[in-house]
Structure formats: structure tokens, C-alpha cells
Ligand binder design. Structure first.
Ligand SMILES: C[S@@+](CC[C@H](N)C(=O)[O-])C[C@H]1O[C@@H](n2cnc3c(N)ncnc32)[C@H](O)[C@@H]1O
Length: 251
């Protein structure tokens, strides 16, 4: 899935890298109106209809599912342990290859209840654990996982920078984090729309103005690949690899 130098899909990678350099920092202010209470309330409402709307609904569901499928295809080429952060109703669980040892966590008990039901109903023996947990405070030891999947989650958490820190901590050195999300557009007209709708979407548990550059500059996670998915690159798949060595701290 890695872009070849000079290929058209290499442009987003270069743009993301230069945005981090221009910006100088990857820290993102917490989203003040996207607090835990709101996220829990939003996903309690979404839970009963989530699979239909975001995976099955003709056009809309298929639109979300296309990027999810592509990311899972890549995840299935990996081996060892997989953590899915924000596993939701477990829409991806049955699609993970049986050689992966899968752990899922989610903040919402309502979403997680559906994931647990699915794992039992579909006899998903590669799913080792489904736990209620905040992605900003993962209850796992350092370097526990070979792969972390973060699909449609980083733009819905109140503290995305803390979540990135936690992902970097629980990944093994050389391990990969795979993100799927909508990121803020580079096109001025689309960005203007995102700015206008952001205050209105936060109560739905979603922030459309999250800049891609913010997940690309973490000191322990190096950028491997960015793929803007058709149509129009509304969703992107981003791969980050945990560095093998701890970066030197500034004096
Ligand atoms: C849009 S859904 C994505 C579900 C699934 N990953 C998918 O591909 O459809 C976002 C999920 O993130 C969860 N979530 C939001 N904030 C979280 C947090 N701080 N810690 C863990 N999960 C969180 C929500 O409860 C919800 O299940």
C-alpha cells in the first residue's frame, strides 16, 4: 500500500509532511464541546442504528465501508496482536484474519454490548477481549501490540493528542497504527464548509475540521503512507510506524 515516489498518491504524503514542518507542532487543542459525556450520549443514540447507517446503507454506508475494507485488507497482511481502538459495534471484527489476536476497546457500553453480542453470535475466536476503556487512558502495558487500528475514531475523541500518546506507548517498536478518518480538506472551499459545520457536528460526536498534519508529527510515530480514498478523498487511510528508538529530549 506504500506510495511509490513520484506517483500521484505520493502528493498527499509530501503535503502532510510539509504541513507538519510548517506548523512546527502536532498538538491539537482539546475539542471543548466534544467532552466524554457528549460522546457517550451520542453513541448511545447511534448504537441501535450504527451498522445500518455506517456499513450497510446504500451509498452512505458503502462509502464509509470502502475505506474500512481497504484498511482491513492491509491490517490482515500483518501478524501478531491487533488492538482496535473505538471498536464500536464490532463491524470490522469478523473481517480480521483469524491469525490475528484481536483486542477491542470502546468508551461506549452501548456500542460495546453490540460488539460482544456479535463476537459470540459469529464465533469469532480470534477476538480475545472486548473492554470498556478510554482511548486516552489505555489499560495496557507499554509495547503490547503489533498493530493498532483506529477507524473513524481520532476525530471523535475529546483529547486526540492524548490518544496518540497512548497509541504510541502501547505499540511495539516497529509496530503500525492504521487510521481511517475524514481529515480537514486542503481545498479552501471545503475547509470553509468544515469550519462552519464543526460546531453543529460536535453533538453528533464528530469533528470534521481535524487536520491530517496533527497525527503526522508525533515524535514516536513516523509517517509511512497517506492514501486519500475515492471519491474526492473525503476519507483517508494513514499509516504510522512506531520508531525503534526513543527520541532525545530537548535540553
Ligand atoms: C464512529 S464510531 C467508529 C466505530 C468503528 N471503529 C467503525 O469502524 O465503524 C467511533 C467509536 O469511537 C468510540 N469512542 C469515542 N471516544 C472514545 C474514547 N475516548 N475512547 C474509546 N472509544 C471512544 C465511540 O464510542 C464509537 O464507538
Amino acid at each position: 500500500m506504500r506510495n511509490q515516489p513520484g506517483s500521484p498518491t505520493n502528493r498527499p504524503l509530501a503535503a502532510a509532511q510539509s504541513a507538519v514542518i510548517d506548523d512546527g507542532s502536532f498538538r491539537l487543542e482539546p475539542t471543548p464541546r466534544l467532552d466524554q459525556k457528549r460522546v457517550l450520549a451520542a453513541y448511545s443514540r447511534w448504537a441501535p442504528i450504527y451498522d445500518f447507517v455506517f456499513a450497510k446503507l446504500i451509498f452512505f454506508g458503502a462509502f464509509f465501508d470502502q475505506s474500512r475494507k481497504r484498511a482491513i485488507q492491509h491490517i490482515n497482511t500483518r501478524s501478531g496482536s491487533l488492538l482496535e481502538v473505538g471498536v464500536g459495534t464490532g463491524v470490522a471484527l469478523s473481517r480480521y484474519a483469524p491469525h490475528l489476536a484481536v483486542t477491542g476497546i470502546d468508551l461506549s457500553p452501548d456500542m460495546l454490548a453490540l460488539a460482544r453480542k456479535r463476537a459470540v453470535a459469529e464465533h469469532l475466536s480470534h477476538v480475545r477481549e472486548l473492554r470498556e476503556m478510554d482511548a486516552a487512558e489505555l489499560d495496557f502495558a507499554d509495547a503490547s501490540f503489533d498493530t493498532v487500528a483506529v477507524m473513524y475514531v481520532i476525530t471523535v475523541v475529546p483529547h486526540p493528542d492524548r490518544v496518540l500518546d497512548e497509541i504510541a506507548r502501547v505499540l511495539k517498536p516497529g509496530g503500525e497504527a492504521i487510521f481511517v478518518s475524514h481529515f480537514a480538506s486542503e481545498q479552501p472551499w471545503r475547509r470553509a464548509i468544515e469550519k462552519v459545520i464543526t460546531p453543529r457536528t460536535e453533538h453528533l460526536g464528530w469533528r470534521p475540521d481535524y487536520p491530517l498534519a496533527r497525527i503526522c508529527g508525533h515524535p514516536r510515530l513516523e509517517l509511512v503512507d497517506v492514501r486519500h480514498m475515492p471519491p474526492l478523498g473525503v476519507f483517508s487511510i494513514v499509516r504510522l510506524r512506531k520508531t525503534e528508538t526513543v527520541p532525545a529530549t530537548a535540553e
